[in-house]
Structures are given as C-alpha cells and as structure tokens.
Design a protein around this ligand. Sequence first.
Ligand SMILES: NC(=O)c1ccc[n+]([C@@H]2O[C@H](COP(=O)([O-])OP(=O)(O)OC[C@H]3O[C@@H](n4cnc5c(N)ncnc54)[C@H](O)[C@@H]3O)[C@@H](O)[C@H]2O)c1
Length: 398
Amino acid sequence: MPHSLSDRELYRYAPVLIGTTRFAPLPVTKNILITGGAGFIASWLVRHLTLQYADSYRIVSFDKLDYCASLNNTAILDQCPNFTFVQGDVTKQSDVSAVLKKYDIDTIIHFAAQSHVDLSFGNSLQFTATNVWGTHVLLECARIHGKIKRFLHVSTDEVYGEVKDDEARVESSILAPSNPYAASKAAAEMLVHSYWKSYKLPIIMVRGNNVYGPHQYPEKIIPKFTLLLTRSLPLPLHGTGHHSRHYLYASDATNAFDTLLHLGVPGEIYNIGSRDETTNTQLCVLLLREFSIDGTKEDVFCRWVRHTRDRVFNDRRYAVDSRKLEELGWRPEVGLGEGLRRTVEWYRRWGERWWGDVGGVLVAHPEVVGGKEGTGTVEVGVDDDGEVRLSVDGGLER
Ligand SMILES: NC(=O)c1ccc[n+]([C@@H]2O[C@H](COP(=O)([O-])OP(=O)(O)OC[C@H]3O[C@@H](n4cnc5c(N)ncnc54)[C@H](O)[C@@H]3O)[C@@H](O)[C@H]2O)c1
C-alpha cells in the first residue's frame, strides 16, 4: 500500500470481504434498500448482495454517516451499476419517503441504529430517537409506499435480557431487556410486530448474537483491543472480565441475512446464534496470542490487562437457539480462532486509518460522541415543512 494514500483511498487496496452464500434471486425483488449501509454489519451485506446478485438486484445503501460509519466500507462498489449510496436519516420522513420513491424500493433491510451499549447509558434518549422513532418512521413510510414485498428488521439477542441458566432463548421466549440499548431495540420490535399484524407489512424479524470482524468501528471490544495491542497499549477490561458473549464472524452473519432474505418466512422471527462463547478475560488471552503474547501466564496477563470499572449494568451472558435458521440450511463456517486471526490481520493493516483518528474511542468507557448527553425532556414538534423534529434537552436537534 503506498504511504501517500489518503484515508479516503485506502479501500482501493483492502480486500473486498463478502459472505459465501448465493441463492436463486427472488422474482419479486429488484430494488433493495439497506439502512445503515455504511456501518459494520450492513456494509458486509451491501457488498455481498451487490456483488453476488449483480444481475438481479439494485442495492441502495442509505446512511446518515454517523460517527461510526465509513464510506470506505462500500466505496469499492461505487463503480458497480447496481449500487447507489444515499445519505439520509431514518428519523426523517422526507428522506425516507424520497428514497423509497426515487429507487422504486420493493425490499427493505433495516440495520440503521445507535448500536453501542456503553453509549446508551449516557445518551439513552438518542437511542430511543434513532432506534424506536427511526424504525417507526421507516415502517410508516414503507406502509404508505405500498410496494414492499419483504422487510427484514435487524434486532438483537440482547432483547431477551440476561440468560443465567443453560436454556438458550428461542424465538418465542419473553423479551426482558436490561439496558437502554436493548430496551430501545425491544420497543422497536413492538412497532415492527404491529405493522405485520395490522398492515401485513411482510416483516421478518432477526435477533443475532454479537458480530465481529473487519469493518467494525473500534468502539466495540474486539477491534478496540486489537488496535490497542497494535499500539502496544494495555487492554481496559470492564469489571471482573467474567461476563461472556457468543461471537459470530461477520461473513457468517452476512450468510444468515442472505439466507433469511431468500428463504425466511414473513411474520416469523429468527435467531442467529454462534457456538463460540467466551468470557472477556478469555477473549483478552486469545487476542494477546495473536500478538505472540502468552496471556495464560498470570504476570504477563497482569502486565497487559487493566481491570476498569464495569458498565452501569452488564448482563452476564446472552444465549440464543438458532435451530430455526439452521433448518433453512445456514451454518456458521468461521470459528472464533480463525475469525480473530482474520480480524487482527485486517486491523493491523487498515484499522488505524479506515475511520480517521480513532484515538478517542480506545478508552474503557467512551464519551457520548456527536451530541450533548441527554438527561431531560424530549420535545417533539412539526416544522414548517411538515417534518417531525425531535429535540433532546434542547441540545440534540434532529
Ligand atoms: N454489532 C453487533 O454485534 C450486533 C449484534 C446484534 C444486532 N446488531 C444490530 O445490527 C445493526 C447494525 O449494527 P452494527 O454493529 O453494524 O452498527 P454500526 O454502529 O456499525 O452501524 C450503524 C449504522 O447506522 C447508521 N445510522 C445511525 N443512525 C442513523 C439514522 N438516523 N439514519 C440513517 N443511518 C443511521 C450509522 O451511520 C451507521 O453506519 C443494529 O441495528 C444493531 O442493533 C448488531
């Protein structure tokens, strides 16, 4: 890679990462809107669908380009005739209805969200504004548009809340979210469900485990710790480090969404689950190993890992049963060891420059980015153009 490259040109030299599945194209689907398309998981699906179905689907990536997004994630597609990027905000009806109309959208895959649990403790009103209100705007615009044949709604395993027992949650388990992020995703699900019941909007609900891999903004644990190790800095581990999570490599998540787009049944809910569960402490050891550091030795571990205060609240673990999705033929292909190897390799090569300066997010508890911390009232009003506006504490004009 030439040193003179600007950050905006990096994408030309990076590998083009997609999933491995390909299905017979859906006859009813021509124009697919993917919200949050410049973010982590959605950009994998944007690249995958654009390249795997080049003769069948036009992909419209719709993103507000929030702090965690990067056009580098999809810039390699700019020359593809079946790809378009549109900058827009899901909380604005005018943006959403315009894109649905202009591109004659028949299929929606809704990823756009505020997705970082840490930030949701200090900025929870922003999470409600984007995840709940934004989803409602999208549903209502889709209903009025009247041409939607499939609508995949991307939710999360966190809506089930903490799983203390060995009973992995199935799709009919009750929802018991315990942090503001998870609660906003569960609240959005209620609206989504109502649009299926009331208007027969053909919704497929998807609840997935943690996803990791290249292209993830380094506020989340795996890319953050990888970049810290690249800088030879210690890892700030929340609390005891005993909390555990299931991790799914991004290409496997991409394959799951591709499977559900083509074989999922409207009105149904599907979990996406990984078999790879690890505590945060074990994860540190695995990442240290990628840097040839033996974290199984206590003194070495103590040198490289610093315990910090825990989150305000931290679910001990989540667990979902994904047999319903596996019955459609999906299986995870990339185990945690191989996935971490690929991820670390990518971040060592590209991660420092992909999003510009990321130094500010490589801390234990990042501050709210891009707005004031909301602690008071949300005002809802209609402006002169008939656009609904949310104002959080008079600070976050949206
Ligand atoms: N990352 C995970 O491990 C995980 C696990 C389960 C579910 N999910 C869900 O998957 C989805 C994507 O997660 P991710 O980790 O890839 O997120 P991300 O934070 O990387 O990307 C979110 C994208 O949404 C965009 N966005 C935010 N607000 C918007 C708005 N108002 N209008 C338009 N675009 C907006 C951002 O610019 C960004 O590109 C989210 O809905 C999240 O809840 C994520």
